[in-house]
Design a binder for this molecule. Structure first.
Ligand SMILES: Nc1ncnc2c1ncn2[C@@H]1O[C@H](COP(=O)(O)OP(=O)(O)OP(=O)(O)O)[C@@H](O)[C@H]1O
Ligand SMILES: [Mg+2]
Length: 214
């Protein structure tokens, strides 16, 4: 594979989607059609992965068993890798995903308390050691992220947004543990700064990683 694979991670409301929109716009002048922006759960134009997304994020199933949820995320990810991410990388593209496997480990492993190792194991079956070249982790206190969502967004509240703060605090702790475990892959960005500064910090990291000139 010749392309590069970058993931964006962070708690709800960290700014992943907002920062990505700006970064993708800046990168598209260098990459054109060789840039694929995708997201998890689900994946661009990936019907199976998107169908599982609809199931797993639906507020209609508040009582879903945590391990069922973890398996569904892993299944969706497998489909995303095989049908969307890897073919793009083989074609030499830059692939950027809004969330990837770290989300499962932080949300299901730490947040739902299934355990880091258990969720990692389930995901290893799905990913077969296929990790991003770089992961941008937008670090924010969960209460700050949730306040942003409540302030700005009323249309798209999903099942995870309805969880108590203690759940989101475990998610945040899970991300910090991951960042310590994989310091070469995961770059921590202070996401409590103004959006323009967060975008600038991310750009510094990515332009260097991708060797694009400013
Ligand atoms: N640095 C920032 N400062 C203030 N507000 C921000 C900042 N970054 C994003 N926001 C706002 O916070 C809200 C959440 O941002 P966004 O949807 O990009 O987060 P996200 O990480 O993608 O969240 P989710 O995990 O729920 O998808 C948006 O309304 C956005 O405009
Ligand atoms: Mg988002």
């Amino acid at each position: 594979m010749t392309g590069k694979f970058i993931s964006f991670e962070g708690p709800d409301g960290a700014g992943k989607t907002s920062v990505l929109a700006a970064i993708v716009e800046r990168l598209s002048s260098y990459y054109g059609d060789d840039l694929l922006l995708t997201r998890e759960p689900g994946g661009r134009d990936n019907v199976v992965a998107e169908a599982i997304r609809d199931l797993v994020l639906s507020p209609d199933y508040p009582e879903m068993d945590p391990r069922t949820e973890a398996l569904l995320y892993a299944a969706s990810r497998r489909e995303h890798i095989q049908k969307t991410i890897k073919p793009a990388l083989v074609a030499g593209k830059l692939v950027i995903s809004d969330r990837y496997v770290d989300s499962s480990i932080a949300y299901q492993g730490a947040g739902r308390e299934i355990g880091f190792e258990a969720v990692l194991q389930v995901n290893q079956f799905a990913i077969e050691d296929f990790w991003p070249d770089k992961t941008i982790y937008l670090d924010i206190r969960p209460e700050v992220g949730l306040a942003r969502i409540n302030q700005y967004r009323t249309d798209e509240i999903n099942r995870l947004d309805m969880d108590p703060l203690s759940f989101h605090q475990r998610v945040s702790a899970g991300y910090h543990r991951l960042a310590k475990m994989a310091p070469d892959r995961i770059v921590v960005i202070d996401a409590e700064q103004p959006l323009e500064q967060v975008i600038e910090d991310v750009w510094q990291v990515l332009s260097q990683e991708l060797k694009v000139e400013d």
